[in-house]
Design a protein around this ligand. Structure first.
Ligand code: ZN
Ligand code: ZN
Length: 251
């Protein structure tokens, strides 16, 4: 098991009750008012994704760049989604939050991560999605993985985003094939690994019969973008006209 080394970062095995109802800030241990997992100072200090960043994948860039640009990686590729917008960048605190949510079932963090992800909707490129009430579509996990983890972190984050944006959540996709773990694969290998992994769910078919205007695919972390690309391709093949992507953080 991995431990984050930050001083005051209070993860540990004896905190089951705290995990259910954390009375203290997850990052610094300060006492909290009801319903939050991070104190205002720690929440405010989380590293938001800031300009300049790639207009496709959200990869941040050092220095000044005028106008819109794609990173060298994305400018060589074509995508089924218009853009992916992470709300935060990777650091040990954001990584710790995701890790706790995903591998230690710290489900109470999903609301906080959803609130953070919802900040990404301030990006003006989401204007049509917000005005049109596009649904939030969580990246699905395969049922065998759900059996171990008991919840889908992307769905939980999407629920938090819904609370703060008013957009509906529609579980429009299902994972029909289990994929091997992607961590060590290249983008090309990942895409191959993901081919045929997703399909429209009954809810997805119902939604697209009602509206094909667009959807926002939601995930916890964006790394190579191949997972959301496979989801976007499935939605587009099902008749969805536009797909945008929102994630809590950039991996
Ligand atoms: Zn704090
Ligand atoms: Zn890029």
């Amino acid at each position: 098991m991995e431990r984050t080394e930050r001083a005051g970062w209070r993860w540990g095995p004896g905190r089951l009750l705290d995990l259910a109802y954390p009375p203290r800030c997850e990052a610094c241990g300060t006492g909290l008012s009801h319903g939050r997992c991070l104190c205002p100072a720690c929440y405010g200090a989380l590293p938001r994704l800031q300009e300049p960043f790639c207009q496709r994948c959200g990869e941040p860039f050092e220095g000044r760049i005028d106008g819109r640009f794609d990173c060298p990686n994305c400018s060589r590729l074509s995508f089924s989604f218009e853009f992916a917008r992470p709300a935060m960048v990777w650091d040990e605190v954001t990584r710790g939050l995701i890790h706790q949510l995903k591998y230690h079932r710290a489900i109470h963090l999903a609301g906080e991560l959803g609130r953070l992800a919802a900040e990404g909707l301030d990006d003006p490129r989401f204007t049509d999605a917000l005005a049109g009430g596009w649904p939030l579509v969580p990246v699905p996990v395969h049922r065998t993985r759900l059996r171990h983890r008991h919840f889908n972190q992307a769905a939980e984050i999407a629920r938090g985003v819904a609370t703060h944006s008013g957009l509906p959540v529609v579980a429009a996709l299902g994972r029909i094939r289990r994929t091997d773990t992607q961590t060590r694969l290249s983008r090309k290998e990942r895409l191959k690994n993901l081919t045929g992994a997703f399909a429209l769910s009954a809810a997805g078919h119902r939604w697209l019969a009602h509206s094909t205007a667009g959807v926002i695919v939601v995930d916890d972390v964006l790394t190579t973008g191949s997972t959301v690309e496979a989801c976007a391709a499935t939605l587009r093949a099902g008749g969805c006209q536009r797909v945008q992507v929102l994630t809590a953080m950039r991996g």
